[in-house]
Design a protein around this ligand. Structure first.
Ligand SMILES: C[S@@+](CC[C@H](N)C(=O)[O-])C[C@H]1O[C@@H](n2cnc3c(N)ncnc32)[C@H](O)[C@@H]1O
Length: 285
């Protein structure tokens, strides 16, 4: 993942993207403090929670993304800044000695975990830090199966102009976004090269930057089972930030999960013990 290179561009690209922040603010207000954002980056969402009065911690593994967040933190009023704690670390394995009422992975962070072992380790770390009545929120792409099937597997990348062209606030240059994405069906991986072409007033491209992003896509019921296996239960599933149901493919999936209750865990343990007893009995025969 190329977030070191991305850190110089990220805030300019997403300056006007505010669709999701208020969704997390509402959950931050509903759940016991503090909240924890995994993959907090430059603090786009995390600072919205702090400004709304919610104590929030942010964890990210990319130093340069966190440096941007720290620079913003230094500019905040003291009462807001006091609510924020930023930490460098890996969401696949963390130990913070703190219980959280809300842990959230916005903007498809979980899709950065490509392997089952990483996904389960991350969910296990979350489980250890989430209060028994807490909430876990995971946002994923709802991959568009029809578009996927119509495309050849990993032969020709999908080239497109991206939404999100922006104007550099310092130079005034227009920056145009385009990308080339390979969808590898067998591994459920999207491998994207994103290009940022900086254009001067005469229309000449004066600079091209490239960022590579690799994301693993998940299907709805795959995620459902993964959460169950990690001892969570899906509490709600939304198809967007207005809490709409999952609709047409190609949009968002926002899983709201909770830790399994004691009763649910006892049921699982009984079931496993039963299975083990039958296996042992069969071996003796
Ligand atoms: C798309 S950015 C999103 C930042 C922020 N959450 C937002 O919505 O603007 C993804 C972030 O996840 C971080 N990240 C990716 N894998 C990670 C991991 N294993 N542990 C911690 N952070 C990770 C990256 O460094 C990056 O800052």
């Amino acid at each position: 993942m190329d977030y070191q290179a991305y850190s110089h561009i990220y805030d300019d690209e997403y300056r006007d993207y505010t669709d999701d922040a208020q969704f997390y603010v509402r959950w931050g207000r509903r759940c016991n403090p503090p909240a924890l954002e995994l993959g907090c980056g430059t603090g786009r969402i995390l600072f919205a929670l702090a400004q709304a009065g919610c104590p929030v911690w942010g964890l990210d593994m990319c130093g340069p993304m966190l440096d941007k967040a720290r620079a913003k933190l230094a500019e905040l009023p003291a009462d807001v800044a006091r609510r924020v704690k930023l930490l460098e670390g890996d969401m696949r394995e963390f130990d913070l000695d703190q219980e959280f009422g809300l842990i959230y992975l916005p903007f498809r962070e979980f899709m950065h975990l490509h392997h089952e072992e990483d996904q389960l380790n991350c969910l296990d770390s979350i489980h250890r830090h989430l209060s028994p009545n807490g909430r876990l929120i995971i946002n994923l792409y709802d991959i568009d199966m029809i578009a996927l099937v119509q495309r050849n597997d990993n032969t020709v990348p999908l080239i497109r102009q991206h939404g999100g062209d922006y104007t550099d606030p310092i130079t005034g240059h227009k920056v145009y976004l385009s990308s080339a994405t390979n969808y590898v069906h067998r591994t459920q991986m999207m491998q994207e090269e994103r290009f940022y072409d900086r254009v001067d007033p005469s229309g000449a491209v004066v600079d091209r930057r490239m960022v590579t992003i690799s994301q693993r896509w998940f299907f709805r019921w795959e995620m459902h089972h993964l959460l169950h296996r990690a001892n969570f239960r899906v509490h709600e599933l939304f198809g967007g930030y207005d809490r709409q149901p999952v609709g047409e493919m190609g949009g968002e999936m926002i899983f709201i999960a909770r830790p399994a209750t004691e009763k649910e865990l006892v049921f699982e343990v009984d079931w496993l013990q039963n299975k083990l007893a039958r296996l042992r009995a069969a071996r003796k025969r």
